[in-house]
Write a protein that binds this ligand. Structure first.
Ligand code: NAP
Ligand code: GCO
Length: 269
């Protein structure tokens, strides 16, 4: 029977690992994957966060599988992937979502702080991808989605480590594409714009006089959509890149930013 075209966007029966997905962007992407039929696996760094995440998924009617794992720890990642393969199944879709940011002027940032951001935002996607690719090769297919950033393209004050990591993550995306495309593995990035999550909460905090944070107003003026994004804005693009519909898309970064990267910014009145 001819496959219904929309089936190309189905994730039925796929095992999807989304790192750092107790809440925020990862949680939004994982819930969309579940709605498209995927089995959801996620990790977080602390048991209480995994438990909180499991409860949140349950509230959405999703029976997720949660694991405690620091994605920067290669032994822990390898053990988690082996456990997932045994308990849930070989991973078809990996979203390298876990990430941190430190907003410190570069010359005030210690080398240890710089390394910590690089470790989570760049080394960890390498470690987790390396752990899941053998299973994908055996299965004859795989999807890896790296959560990049506008800072994969642009810099700004105080985010030197984060921008360096996210720029590197764009190139790691292209390299995984180059090395493993022949095994029917597609590795792409999603570059969210400014998204309202706990990570950006400090940039949106109301001022003592109740006015908007200056950065909040700045971002709204710089974004043609004239608003912050939400994790839900990323769901469609993530499902596309996780599905058969994107089998000939590889090594790309899809910016989901409300147009901010294309726009010089609203002229001051
Ligand atoms: P978030 O709210 O800070 O959530 C980050 C998640 O990653 C948390 O669950 C966190 O767990 C987890 N995590 C951090 N370090 C980890 C580690 N070593 N091992 C395992 N889990 C770890 O961030 P978000 O806004 O959802 O962002 C998610 C991803 O999108 C990040 O890669 C971020 O750089 C990227 N991004 C965000 C935006 C935005 O505007 N929000 C835009 C572009 C890209 P804990 O709570 O235990 O720390
Ligand atoms: C910042 C923000 C950004 C966003 C995102 C933009 O301090 O500038 O946290 O880095 O998180 O990465 O795409």
């Amino acid at each position: 029977m001819e496959k219904n075209f929309l089936q190309n966007f189905s994730l039925e029966g796929k095992v999807a690992l989304v790192t750092g997905a107790s809440y925020g962007i990862g949680f939004g992407i994982a819930t969309a994957f579940a709605r498209c039929g995927a089995k959801i696996v996620f990790n977080d760094i602390r048991q209480e966060l995994v438990d909180k995440g499991l409860a949140a998924y349950k509230e959405e009617g999703i029976e997720a599988h949660g694991y405690v794992c620091d994605v920067t720890n290669e032994d822990a990642v390898n053990a988690m992937v082996a456990q997932i393969e045994k308990e849930v199944g070989v991973i078809d879709i990996l979203v390298n979502n876990a990430g941190i940011i430190k907003r410190i002027p570069m010359c005030e940032m210690s080398a240890a702080e710089f390394r910590q951001v690089i470790d989570v935002d760049l080394n960890a996607p390498f470690i987790v991808s390396k752990a899941v690719i053998p299973g994908m090769i055996k299965k004859g297919h795989g999807k890896i989605i790296n959560i990049c950033s506008m800072m994969s393209e642009l810099g700004r004050e105080t985010v030197s480590a984060y921008a360096a990591a996210k720029g590197g993550l764009k190139m790691l995306t292209r390299n995984i594409c180059s090395e493993y495309g022949e095994y029917n593995i597609q590795c792409n990035g999603i570059g969210p714009g400014y998204i309202a999550t706990p990570q950006t909460a400090p940039l949106r905090e109301r001022q003592p006089d109740g006015s908007r944070h200056p950065f909040d107003s700045f971002i709204v003026a710089k974004t043609p959509a004239a608003r912050w994004g939400t994790p839900e804005d990323l769901q469609g693009p993530a499902v596309f890149l996780a599905s058969d519909a994107s089998d000939f898309v590889n090594g790309q970064v899809l910016y989901v930013d409300g147009g901010i990267l294309a726009y010089i910014g609203k002229q001051p009145k």
